[in-house]
Design a protein around this ligand. Structure first.
Ligand code: NAP
Length: 488
């Protein structure tokens, strides 16, 4: 018998109206770890209703006081860091050192946005008229639907829920069905931190109907979504005239120039390609390497990829954990087949691994043309494509040839090449001499092109997604002054 967990609505733990449940699995074994409620439309309606009422009071709590709750949450996360990290490894599969990083990112985010409670800056600017004052202030949006993926089951909810709360919104949170235990633990700590009843509500259940019901609900004023491109598109269609933030997929690349510090670049490609088993939106699934060093790079890279140790994330000797579920293994296998059919050369991996759990070998293809499917589509697994180029122009063209634009990187000692990459790569993030992964929470995070619709999370820009700007004019002249008409 596995433990069972409930929805959290209006300050109470409750079963779903239908009584239906689902299980989450340990991806290292394929066995169930706990059971959860499947929230239907009724449950979502209830959650949105109580969130709407609670938000009216929450928005009047002074922002610095809202920030204090976030700070308490950060302390609690620190206290429970190890236990939470173990839960992340158990339910999502990533190796324990990375799971600790996942929790640490939430701690950093909570601390950062706690401070925002004492800022939430607007602008002041001179008026064109005399004795008139002009400024902007930030307003909450209302009830936010927060819909998250499983790959950062603690950090991504924090990226969204921390700024949402500090800005005075209430939230209805639907986590991925693969990681509801992490979400439940996250919400338990928020309750302990003192979030008032109804301000945070947890509804577990499938994308459809649970997620769809949130997205379509008229009482929800904003949606913050992270997930794949196709789901993002459907959310945009269903949301109507809501404020929508979408953080979608990536097909990120690392350029390696002939003058690159090769050992450093290899460390970056191994970490960027196979860290989190390639299941990061910023994973480096393409390596764009100058033909002059391709042979040497390929030899060492493949040798290192073959030596990576696959296993359960809880084992300290493991380098690469399992994929999230069977569908992810099937997808990696399908793309391996596509790569072979397209004429790419498989250098290593290409097969599931082990008898239990959802493991896939670190896989490297070479002779990949930039327009092949394996170089264009997000596989979200440990599959790296090597693309050989003649010079920086070809490298940047290859980098920009995809529909996504999240993260990118160049390894070079040539300052001109580095600046060309910074200016010409179409991506929300460019690293120089570091891999495509490694976001810090006080800098904006997000992408261009089909990676999203221009919102940025984290950092000061993270506040924009969760607040509305109000423009305020105060005329203390005592007479009617007409903008653009009265000169003096
Ligand atoms: P997904 O299938 O789109 O799922 C994400 C969330 O959306 C889950 O909670 C899912 O619920 C829910 N959902 C599914 N269908 C829905 C619908 N019709 N309406 C409302 N909600 C719905 O994404 P994923 O495959 O789990 O996650 C991996 C993707 O996330 C990759 O593409 C990755 O690049 C992207 N990602 C992007 C970023 C970024 O910041 N740009 C960060 C991390 C991940 P269920 O789990 O119940 O299906």
């Amino acid at each position: 018998m596995v433990s069972s967990f409930r929805l959290y609505i209006g300050g109470k733990w409750a079963n779903s109206r239908s009584g239906e449940t689902f299980s989450s699995l340990n991806p290292a074994t394929g066995k169930p770890i706990a059971s959860f409620q499947k929230a239907g439309e009724d449950d979502v309606n209830r959650a949105v209703d109580v969130a709407g009422k609670a938000q009216k009071k929450w928005k009047d709590v002074p922002a610095p006081k809202r920030g204090e709750i976030l700070l308490r949450f950060a302390y609690l996360l620190k206290q429970h860091k190890e236990e939470l990290a173990q839960t992340v490894t158990l339910e999502m599969g990533k190796v324990l050192t990375e799971a600790r990083g996942d929790v640490q990112e939430a701690i950093d985010t909570a601390e950062y946005f706690a401070g925002e409670g004492r800022r939430l800056f607007g602008h002041t600017t001179p008026s064109e008229l005399r004795n008139k004052f002009a400024m902007t202030i930030r307003m909450p949006v209302g009830v936010f639907g927060i819909i998250t993926p499983w790959n950062f089951p603690i950090a991504i909810p924090a990226w969204k829920i921390m700024p949402a709360l500090v800005c005075g919104n209430a939230v209805v949170f639907k986590p991925a069905s693969d990681t509801p235990l992490c979400a439940t633990k996250f919400v338990e700590l928020l309750i302990k931190a003192g979030v008032p009843s109804g301000v945070v509500n947890l509804v577990t259940g499938p994308g459809d109907p649970t997620g769809t019901a949130i997205v379509k609900h008229k009482g929800v004023r904003g949606i913050s979504f992270t997930g794949n491109r196709e789901t993002g598109e459907s959310i945009l269609k269903n949301a109507g005239l809501k404020k929508v933030g979408l953080e979608l997929g990536g097909k990120n690349g690392i350029i390696i120039m002939p003058d690159a510090p090769l050992e450093l670049a290899l460390d970056g490609v191994i970490w960027g390609g196979f860290g989190t088993t390639g299941q990061r939106c910023t994973a480096a699934s393409r390596v764009i390497v100058d033909e002059k060093i391709r042979g040497k790079f390929e030899r060492i890279f493949v040798d290192r990829a073959k030596r990576l140790r696959l296993g359960p994330g809880i084992n300290p000797k493991t380098d690469v954990g399992p994929l999230i579920n069977k569908a992810a293994v099937d997808k990696a296998r399908r793309y391996t087949q596509i790569g072979l059919e397209e004429g790419a050369k498989l250098l290593c991996g290409g097969k599931p691994h082990g008898k239990a759990g959802f493991f896939y070998q670190p896989t490297v293809f070479t002779d990949v043309a930039p327009d092949m499917k394996i170089a264009q589509e997000e596989i979200f697994g440990p599959v790296v494509s090597i693309i050989s180029v003649k010079n920086i122009d070809e490298a940047i063209d290859a980098m920009n040839s995809v529909r996504y634009g999240l993260s990118s990187s160049i390894y070079t000692r040539d300052i001109n090449a580095a600046f060309r990459a910074i200016h010409e790569i179409e991506a929300g993030i460019t690293y120089v001499n570091a891999p495509t992964i490694g976001a810090e929470v006080h800098l904006p995070f997000g992408g261009v092109k089909e990676t999203g619709i221009g919102t940025r999370e984290a950092g000061i820009e993270g506040i924009n997604e969760f607040s509305e700007t109000k423009t305020v004019y105060i005329d203390y002249s005592g007479r009617l002054q007409r903008a653009q008409i009265d000169a003096d």
